[in-house]
Design a protein. Structure first.
Length: 182
């Protein structure tokens, strides 16, 4: 009888800890207004890195460590990818970043998803929305967003790792103004 009681207590403790981590991630996300971070991104085997500032809702500025001066900017409606020689403008809603940059959407999805704990280091939530598959990762200890993996409508796999994440920094709102075309 003691063994059964211990086993049930153990299962209950695991379930409660699991629910607890999800609630803590949601609370942390709700209390996050912005993030700054270094990133490494891999798309179709090509790796790029740089620094980003993300501001909820749906704004991001990323400067890549590339000679071509690549930046990515979202003002919450559109997204621009600009280099010294090119300029691409997309509606944000047609990209998976639309989902990742929408804190309210993420909170609502996370509330209704089961999390996966990976090596006691990461907490992962996976969802499908429109034509996008999104895996989002949080640090198990800090509860901060530490990356995402998306598959877009063209079946391109994009993996983004975040490092040196800082929350609720003072950001210049001009960062999120779309750059002009060359």
């Amino acid at each position: 009888m003691k063994n059964k009681f211990f086993f049930l207590f153990f299962l209950f403790s695991i379930a409660e800890a699991s629910a607890n981590i999800k609630e803590k991630i949601i609370r942390n996300l709700e209390n996050t207004n912005n993030l700054t971070f270094n990133f490494e991104q891999n798309i179709k085997g090509k790796t790029e890195n740089g620094h980003c500032a993300l501001s909820y809702p749906q704004k991001i500025f990323c400067k890549y460590n590339l000679k071509n001066g690549k930046i990515l900017v979202s003002n919450g409606k559109s997204i621009v990818i600009k280099t010294n020689n090119s300029y691409y403008l997309y509606p944000l809603e047609r990209t998976p970043l639309n989902l990742i940059l929408d804190k309210k959407f993420l909170v609502n999805r996370i509330e209704n998803l089961d999390e996966r704990i990976l090596d006691d280091k990461f907490v992962n939530f996976k969802f499908f929305e429109k034509d996008f598959e999104v895996n989002i990762f949080f640090d198990y200890n800090s509860l901060d967003l530490v990356g995402w993996q998306t598959t877009d409508i063209y079946q391109n796999l994009s993996i983004t790792f975040l490092d040196s994440v800082k929350k609720n920094q003072k950001l210049n709102s001009n960062l999120f103004v779309l750059p002009k075309q060359n």
